[in-house]
Design a protein around this ligand. Structure first.
Ligand code: ADP
Length: 228
């Protein structure tokens, strides 16, 4: 593989993307232009209500836009079709409030993204547990998430996001609900994953020192991107 070509490739290509809510009253995205290279770590800041979550949802094909163009990992997300296979292959989501399923074990939670694939049950459990061990959660695989601390739950959410080796991780304030020491542990894990696996990382944060860790800082203001 030609590394230079790979690094220069844009994995996210967005042009003049618009998304309105409330019958057009609220312009959540008002002409977003954004290019992100494969393997880049980009931080996204912006006041509450500026469109950060909406943008992440568009990139992860959880929501669709009305106007503009959005191509992610070679997929044209303006097409009207089911993107669940794209999502499970290409995207790992990490949310502020981990969104783990309370009545499933830690291992079962991490296996969820693999349900979309044809991996056998035994192999799914093996992969999930190996990843959990690497995040120091080997002794928690059979616990339910409610028995875990906030930092442990977020590490489970990271494992769930990584289990299918996605090309892009979308992290929406992943440390927002954690104390600063635990938050730093989570950030270091994300940085390490980004460096080791050449995964593209788009991270929403309110903390300037977190944003500074990225290769590039951008912010949203009134539905438009500003490069720092
Ligand atoms: P941020 O993540 O920066 O706080 P959001 O993307 O959540 O911003 O929201 C951008 C704007 O779109 C806000 O004005 C918000 O109220 C509105 N919005 C977001 N999601 C919806 C929705 N599902 N229905 C109606 N309005 C929404």
């Amino acid at each position: 593989m030609n590394n230079e070509t790979t690094t220069n490739e844009n994995i996210i290509n967005i042009k003049d993307l618009k998304k309105k809510y409330d019958d057009g009253q609220t312009a959540a995205l008002d002409g977003v232009d954004l290019e992100i290279r494969k393997g880049e770590f980009v931080s996204l800041m912006g006041p509450s209500g500026s469109g950060k979550t909406t943008l992440l949802n568009m990139i992860g094909a959880l929501d669709s836009a009305e106007e503009g163009s959005i191509i992610v990992a070679g997929h044209n997300l303006m097409e009207k079709k089911d993107f669940s296979s794209f999502r499970s292959k290409e995207i790992g989501f990490i949310f502020q409030f981990h969104n783990l399923i309370p009545n499933l074990t830690v291992s079962e939670n991490v296996q969820i993204p693999m349900l979309e694939t044809d991996i056998q049950d035994e192999e799914m459990a093996k992969r999930a547990n190996k990843l959990l061990e690497s995040l120091n959660l080997g002794n928690k695989v059979d616990q339910v998430p409610t028995k875990l601390s906030g930092g442990e739950r977020q590490r489970v959410a990271i494992a769930r996001a990584l289990v299918n080796h996605p090309s892009i991780i979308l992290a929406d304030e992943p440390t927002g609900s954690l104390d600063s020491t635990t938050g730093d542990i989570i950030l270091n894990i994300l940085r390490e994953i980004h460096q080791k696996e050449n995964v593209t990382l788009l991270l929403v944060t309110h903390e300037p020192y977190v944003a500074d860790m990225a290769d590039r800082k951008i912010s949203l203001m009134d539905g438009k991107i500003k490069e720092e």
